[in-house]
Ligand binder design. Structure first.
Ligand SMILES: [Ca+2]
Length: 139
Protein backbone atom coordinates (compact mmCIF):
# COMPACT_ATOMS: atom_id res chain seq x y z
CA UNK A 1 0.00 0.00 0.00
CA UNK A 2 1.28 3.49 -0.84
CA UNK A 3 0.58 6.52 1.32
CA UNK A 4 1.80 9.88 -0.05
CA UNK A 5 3.95 7.94 -2.50
CA UNK A 6 5.72 5.88 0.15
CA UNK A 7 5.39 2.12 0.24
CA UNK A 8 4.27 0.98 3.70
CA UNK A 9 4.86 -2.77 4.01
CA UNK A 10 2.41 -4.69 6.13
CA UNK A 11 -0.08 -1.85 6.41
CA UNK A 12 -2.68 -3.62 4.27
CA UNK A 13 -2.44 -6.73 6.40
CA UNK A 14 -2.71 -4.60 9.51
CA UNK A 15 -5.80 -2.77 8.26
CA UNK A 16 -7.36 -6.02 7.07
CA UNK A 17 -6.76 -7.61 10.49
CA UNK A 18 -8.25 -4.56 12.24
CA UNK A 19 -11.37 -4.68 10.04
CA UNK A 20 -11.84 -8.41 10.64
CA UNK A 21 -11.35 -8.05 14.41
CA UNK A 22 -13.73 -5.08 14.63
CA UNK A 23 -16.35 -6.95 12.64
CA UNK A 24 -15.96 -10.06 14.81
CA UNK A 25 -16.27 -7.94 17.97
CA UNK A 26 -19.33 -6.11 16.63
CA UNK A 27 -21.08 -9.30 15.49
CA UNK A 28 -20.13 -11.08 18.71
CA UNK A 29 -21.57 -8.38 20.94
CA UNK A 30 -24.71 -8.11 18.80
CA UNK A 31 -25.48 -11.85 18.78
CA UNK A 32 -24.72 -11.98 22.51
CA UNK A 33 -27.30 -9.27 23.21
CA UNK A 34 -29.88 -10.82 20.90
CA UNK A 35 -29.54 -14.16 22.67
CA UNK A 36 -29.81 -12.55 26.11
CA UNK A 37 -33.03 -10.69 25.26
CA UNK A 38 -34.93 -13.85 24.33
CA UNK A 39 -33.80 -15.92 27.33
CA UNK A 40 -36.67 -18.04 28.46
CA UNK A 41 -39.78 -15.82 28.61
CA UNK A 42 -41.68 -18.97 27.66
CA UNK A 43 -40.16 -20.75 30.68
CA UNK A 44 -41.78 -18.42 33.23
CA UNK A 45 -44.16 -20.45 35.39
CA UNK A 46 -46.88 -18.25 36.91
CA UNK A 47 -47.11 -20.58 39.92
CA UNK A 48 -43.39 -20.13 40.62
CA UNK A 49 -43.45 -16.33 40.84
CA UNK A 50 -42.73 -15.06 44.37
CA UNK A 51 -44.08 -11.54 43.84
CA UNK A 52 -46.80 -9.54 42.09
CA UNK A 53 -45.87 -8.57 38.52
CA UNK A 54 -45.73 -4.89 39.56
CA UNK A 55 -42.95 -5.76 42.03
CA UNK A 56 -40.67 -7.05 39.23
CA UNK A 57 -41.06 -3.67 37.51
CA UNK A 58 -39.93 -1.94 40.72
CA UNK A 59 -36.93 -4.29 41.02
CA UNK A 60 -36.08 -3.80 37.32
CA UNK A 61 -36.18 -0.01 37.90
CA UNK A 62 -33.69 -0.43 40.78
CA UNK A 63 -31.29 -2.37 38.59
CA UNK A 64 -31.47 0.21 35.80
CA UNK A 65 -30.75 2.96 38.36
CA UNK A 66 -27.79 0.90 39.60
CA UNK A 67 -26.18 0.37 36.19
CA UNK A 68 -27.08 3.43 34.11
CA UNK A 69 -24.54 6.20 33.92
CA UNK A 70 -20.94 6.10 35.08
CA UNK A 71 -19.98 3.06 37.17
CA UNK A 72 -22.54 0.88 38.91
CA UNK A 73 -24.04 0.23 42.35
CA UNK A 74 -23.20 -3.44 42.86
CA UNK A 75 -24.79 -3.66 46.32
CA UNK A 76 -28.14 -2.49 44.93
CA UNK A 77 -27.88 -5.15 42.22
CA UNK A 78 -27.01 -7.89 44.74
CA UNK A 79 -29.91 -6.79 46.95
CA UNK A 80 -32.35 -7.30 44.06
CA UNK A 81 -30.96 -10.75 43.23
CA UNK A 82 -31.10 -11.80 46.90
CA UNK A 83 -34.89 -11.38 46.57
CA UNK A 84 -35.04 -13.93 43.75
CA UNK A 85 -36.41 -17.29 44.92
CA UNK A 86 -36.99 -19.21 41.67
CA UNK A 87 -35.74 -19.33 38.10
CA UNK A 88 -39.12 -17.91 37.06
CA UNK A 89 -38.45 -14.91 39.34
CA UNK A 90 -35.21 -14.18 37.46
CA UNK A 91 -36.82 -14.70 34.05
CA UNK A 92 -39.75 -12.45 35.01
CA UNK A 93 -37.31 -9.81 36.29
CA UNK A 94 -35.54 -9.98 32.92
CA UNK A 95 -38.88 -9.79 31.06
CA UNK A 96 -40.08 -6.84 33.17
CA UNK A 97 -36.74 -5.13 32.57
CA UNK A 98 -37.26 -5.61 28.84
CA UNK A 99 -34.96 -3.45 26.73
CA UNK A 100 -34.01 -0.27 28.54
CA UNK A 101 -31.59 2.61 28.50
CA UNK A 102 -31.32 6.29 27.67
CA UNK A 103 -30.32 7.57 24.24
CA UNK A 104 -26.69 7.93 25.31
CA UNK A 105 -26.37 4.39 26.65
CA UNK A 106 -28.55 2.56 24.15
CA UNK A 107 -31.29 0.07 24.94
CA UNK A 108 -30.22 -3.33 26.24
CA UNK A 109 -31.57 -6.34 28.06
CA UNK A 110 -30.94 -7.00 31.75
CA UNK A 111 -28.29 -9.62 30.90
CA UNK A 112 -26.53 -7.22 28.50
CA UNK A 113 -26.54 -4.41 31.11
CA UNK A 114 -25.01 -6.72 33.72
CA UNK A 115 -22.44 -8.04 31.24
CA UNK A 116 -21.53 -4.49 30.26
CA UNK A 117 -21.42 -2.94 33.75
CA UNK A 118 -20.15 -5.68 36.03
CA UNK A 119 -16.69 -7.25 35.98
CA UNK A 120 -16.21 -11.02 36.09
CA UNK A 121 -16.00 -11.13 39.90
CA UNK A 122 -19.24 -9.16 40.23
CA UNK A 123 -21.06 -11.40 37.72
CA UNK A 124 -19.73 -14.37 39.72
CA UNK A 125 -21.19 -12.80 42.89
CA UNK A 126 -24.62 -12.46 41.23
CA UNK A 127 -24.42 -16.10 40.12
CA UNK A 128 -23.33 -17.14 43.62
CA UNK A 129 -26.37 -15.38 45.11
CA UNK A 130 -28.65 -17.17 42.61
CA UNK A 131 -27.02 -20.54 43.29
CA UNK A 132 -27.33 -20.01 47.05
CA UNK A 133 -31.09 -19.51 46.50
CA UNK A 134 -31.13 -22.84 44.59
CA UNK A 135 -31.73 -21.10 41.26
CA UNK A 136 -30.16 -22.87 38.28
CA UNK A 137 -30.20 -19.76 36.05
CA UNK A 138 -26.81 -18.07 35.65
CA UNK A 139 -25.76 -14.86 33.95
CA1 LIG B 1 -22.86 2.09 34.40
Amino acid sequence: MKIYGKEIPGLEIGIFALVVLSLAYFLGSRTGKAAAVSVGDKDIKAGSLSYDLSQYKVLADRILEAVEGYGSDEEAIYTVFRKMRTTSDVLQLSKSFGSRGAWYSGKSSLAAWLAGDLNNAEIAEVNKILASNFIAFQF
